[in-house]
Design a protein around this ligand. Structure first.
Ligand code: ADP
Ligand code: MG
Ligand code: MG
Length: 912
């Protein structure tokens, strides 16, 4: 099959087989380690087993391809020569870490085993060499704990319930020793404590897992490599890939790397840092470190991390030493590396480093996660710094990140008087209001029911991800800005506060949590300001921020507007919404729903029309509605000031305007001067088995042309009024739910007749367009016929999806989540256009429509118009514009620009 194929890539001593470009093969971690080595940075040497090796491993039923083991062992020998040490050598042993690394970072999902190679033979030498028995025993117990958990339990297919795995009893043993001595931190345990713990650990492993902890270095190494490959199909990794939409066939790489130690004394340290501030985007070195510690200690939130420099300081570590202050030379070296990496990658990097006896080692670099405001600032700054082009800047900011700027915040006024429960680190910006829940499962359960919940934990782990997603906000008592909760929340742009020291005991039995000396219960409301890191009691009001004052945002959006071809309109029914949408960049209205204008006091005229016995009676009632509608349209036209405005004629079935309960029917009868019986009879008469497929849309206008006529009259009279005041207007009248060209022509005739009437009366000529929604599959099929008279199309993808799938919009919620969960559908088709099916109908509609009318203007006004992936699709099939709710306008603008860039990218790749 793949004889002679290279499965193992070496790195170290200033040279690496791989480069940063080889992420697919070496995984992100392996490729970037290779790159750092090639850049001449200090990286402990080692080798990478490729993702192909992983895929082969699975293809061969969990066996390695021939030659792979030999290849790896040859690379191991190269490391040994470079280090002048040997793996498993009782005289001077080399130790390894075995690290996973997929193409994309999957925080905490995959496994890593440290200190591989510690055995009863190598331990005594190491103690002699380091003169530090405490360190060696500490390293050994870490190895036993990680190895038994990752290799002997998880990889062996034992998937114990949460908190029931081998880690529990092992941690219990440590707890016992600590308890005996009344100690708190790990640092206070002595060499003898750790030594005796190692012995107990091994006994417990044997007892619980039925197998001894291996004492052979090669067995340890291959066991760990197997385990990393196996973790690719572990429960957590699989569920993470489902949420993030990552494919299974990527596979993971494995990095076997020489161990360096940050915990051998006070001239040792470890840390995690960002080349720019990931929360604000400021071009400052930002990070956390710990003296005398292993890397995982910083992320795990066991100790409060120090700030690496003054600008990284936050409330919890204000008084603690900085790396810059404690080890200035090393800080300078690290800062140099930071600048070099930031420039070289032309993007903010998230780095891991360890200092062993005063020598700096780089362990990892990768593109760092950032929140929306930071993403925008960094992208725009890097264009100014001439590191990237405007196009790259636009393609680098995800539409969801722009959304964060539009996120609501807690009302500042309410915050001033609210009762403060505590403070913590501001890990995810914006406001969050919800009811306390204490477990991820409960958060998932309630969150998916639409309840607003805030997940409160000591810290989070990858096992909590399913409950973090549906929470409004996340709050933890431990951990720093690089803790799991912070990273995950930042990725999602979710409100998050970590390291809130005011949180005391969480009692899972009583379902309570203490804030200082105040006890709150699960279900109690709290509010969070994730930008400042403050938690309040109760349910505070939220306000929208608006991005107008953010210069980087403005710049980025100007670039996006220069790049995009699609126009972006908004769905708005009032002058106020129209103004908001314009301020957010809308170029017109793609959908004004007129039915919203018949509620409130106006519903009585509407009801009068519905109750009328004949056309005359209906016209009398409609005459009351006319001036109100005229006023509505005038207001919108004025606000839009010449931009195109698409107005849809009445769409919903009439029974939506009639009360169905006795009491309200009585009220209606009284007010309209008819009998209760008549009202009830009308309601009965109008009720439908399937209202979605019933008497609605143009079917109403065809049965009652006087409704269409009144609406057209109101529109045209508003046009006349505007023109008299020198306000420009471009009305586009849209007929809903058309399935045949005859339906459309019928309605167009009514509208055109009214236009002539209004023009004659006002002695004024004005342009207008009449077009149709394309939302019934049949309309797609006869689009060429309809386009003979229709001057524009607008895809109503909500109804089109409903009718293409045969899923009732109102009832599909029962089974759609299951469909998506089981991959029967990739996405909810009411959120993202089903490109393979409904999308094909759209494509056909475009082609057939434009076959008749070459320049037919075509848009979309369904919910999908603001969903980034769907916007991209609309670009591809050649629509003229998308229309979406005002707050999604910036998202659509950016998505439309990114679609152009993606298209260019595809063409470029094709040429190659
Ligand atoms: P993750 O993908 O979860 O970040 P890593 O492979 O980076 O996993 O390993 C987790 C931690 O283990 C690192 O943060 C680092 O502190 C530590 N580590 C990994 N390899 C080494 C090594 N060669 N020497 C010292 N520490 C290491
Ligand atoms: Mg890492
Ligand atoms: Mg519709």
């Amino acid at each position: 099959m793949k004889a002679g194929h290279k499965y193992v890539y070496f790195f170290g001593g200033g040279k690496a087989d791989g480069t940063a470009k080889m992420k697919n093969l070496l995984g992100g971690k392996g490729a970037n380690i290779a790159e750092m080595v090639n850049l001449g940075m200090p990286v402990p040497p080692g080798f990478t087993l490729t993702t192909e090796a992983c895929n082969e491993f699975y293809a061969r039923k969990r066996k390695y391809p021939p030659g792979l083991k030999k290849e790896a062992e040859a690379k191991l020998t190269r490391v040994e020569r470079l280090m002048k040490q040997r793996f498993g050598d009782p005289k001077d042993p080399l130790l390894f870490s075995v690290r996973s690394g997929a193409r994309a970072s999957m925080p905490g999902m995959m496994e890593t085993v440290l200190n591989v190679g510690l055995t009863t033979k190598t331990i005594p030498t190491l103690i002699k060499k380091t003169g530090n028995p405490r360190f060696v025993s500490d390293a050994y117990r870490r190895l036993i704990a990680m190895y038994s958990d990752v290799v002997m339990e998880k990889a062996a297919g034992i998937e114990p319930e949460e908190g029931k795995g081998i880690r529990g009893p092992l941690e219990g043993l440590i707890g016992k020793v600590k308890g005996k001595q009344g100690d708190d931190a790990d640092l206070d345990l002595t060499a003898d404590d750790w030594k005796s713990l190692c012995t107990q650990f091994k006994k417990t492993v044997k007892k619980v897992l039925g197998k001894p902890f291996p004492d052979d270095p090669m067995a340890q190494m291959w066991g760990a490599i197997d385990a990393v490959f196996l973790s690719w199909f572990g429960k957590r990794a699989v569920s993470y890939r489902r949420i993030e939409g990552l494919p299974d066939d990527w596979g993971t790489a494995v990095n076997v790397q020489t161990m360096v130690f940050g915990n051998m004394g006070d001239d040792c340290a470890t840390g995690v840092a960002f080349t720019r501030n990931p929360a604000t985007g400021d071009n400052n070195f930002y990070g956390e470190w710990l003296i005398n510690a292993q890397g995982e200690d910083v992320v795990a939130g066991i100790r409060t991390p120090f700030a690496i420099n003054n600008v990284s300081k936050v409330a919890t570590n204000k008084h603690l030493p900085t790396l810059q202050g404690s080890m200035p030379k090393l800080y300078k070296q690290l800062d140099g590396i930071r600048r070099k990496l930031d420039k070289h990658y032309r993007d903010m990097q998230d780095i891991e480093f360890t200092i062993q006896h005063g020598v700096l080692y780089m362990l990892q670099t990768r593109v760092g996660k950032r929140n929306g405001p930071a993403a925008i600032k960094m992208a725009v700054d890097m264009v100014k710094e001439r590191l990237i082009t405007k196009e790259v800047a636009v393609s680098r900011v995800r539409p969801e990140q722009v959304d964060e700027l539009l996120h609501p915040m807690l009302d500042i006024k309410a915050e001033k008087t609210a009762k403060k429960l505590g403070t913590g680190l501001p890990a995810g910006p914006g406001g969050g209001v919800g009811q306390i829940v204490l477990t991820a499962d409960r958060a998932e359960q309630l969150g998916n029911l639409g309840e607003k919940v805030i997940l409160v934990r000591e810290e989070t782990s990858p096992e909590d991800v399913h409950g973090m997603k549906p929470s409004q906000a996340i709050l933890t008592s431990k951990g720093g800005m690089t803790s799991h909760a912070a990273l995950v929340a930042r990725g999602w742009g979710k409100c998050c506060i970590v390291g809130c020291g005011d949180i005391g005991h969480i009692d899972f039995k009583k379902k309570t949590v203490k804030f200082g000396n105040k006890t709150l219960k699960e279900g109690d409301w709290i509010s969070m300001n994730g930008t400042k890191g403050v938690i309040y009691e109760g349910r505070l009001p939220m306000v929208a921020t608006g991005p107008e004052k953010n210069p980087s945002y403005k710049k980025l959006m100007t670039w996006a507007d220069q790049i995009r071809r699609l126009k972006v309109r908004t769905n708005a029914d009032t002058p106020e919404d129209s103004k908001v949408a314009i301020s957010l960049g809308a170029e017109g209205i793609g959908l004004t729903r007129t039915e919203h204008m018949f509620f409130g006091e106006r519903i009585w005229a509407m009801r009068e029309m519905i109750m009328a016995e004949d056309k005359k009676g209906r016209e009398k009632a409609l005459a009351k509605l006319l001036p109100m509608q005229r006023k509505d349209f005038f207001g919108i036209f004025k606000a839009m000031n010449g931009r195109p405005v698409t107005i849809r004629l009445l769409d919903p079935p009439l029974h939506e305007f009639i009360p169905h309960e006795k009491a309200t029917q009585k009220e209606m009868a009284k007010r309209l001067g008819v009998s209760v019986k008549a009202v009830a009879a009308k309601a009965d008469f109008l009720s439908e088995f399937n209202p979605m497929l019933g008497h609605r849309g143009c079917r109403l206008g065809i049965t009652y042309p006087e409704i269409t006529a009144m609406q057209a009259r109101a529109i045209f009279q508003a046009v006349v009024k505007c023109r008299k005041q020198r306000i420009k207007v471009s009305p586009e009248i849209m007929v809903p739910l058309v399935g045949t060209s005859e339906e459309f022509n019928n309605q167009k005739a009514v509208i055109d007749a009214v236009a002539v009437e209004v023009m004659t009366k006002s002695k004024m000529k004005f342009p207008y367009m009449v077009g149709t929604m394309i939302e019934i599959p049949r309309a797609v099929l006869v689009a060429d016929e309809i386009a003979k008279t229709a001057e524009f199309f607008s895809f109503g993808t909500n109804d089109l999806t409903q009718m293409a799938f045969g899923y009732s919009r109102d009832d599909a919620g029962v089974f759609l989540p299951e469909y998506v969960g089981n991959k029967i559908l990739a996405d909810d088709p009411f959120q993202a256009i089903d490109q393979g099916g409904v999308g094909q109908l759209m494509k056909m509609g475009v082609e057939r429509g434009r076959a008749t009318r070459k320049k037919l203007k075509i848009g979309i006004c369904g919910e999908h118009g603001g969903e980034p992936g769907s916007v991209g699709f609309c670009h591809e099939i050649g629509l003229d514009y998308v229309s979406c709710s005002p707050f999604r306008v910036p998202i659509a603008r950016l998505a439309a620009a990114r679609a152009v860039l993606a298209e260019k990218d595809r063409k470029r790749k094709k040429k190659k």
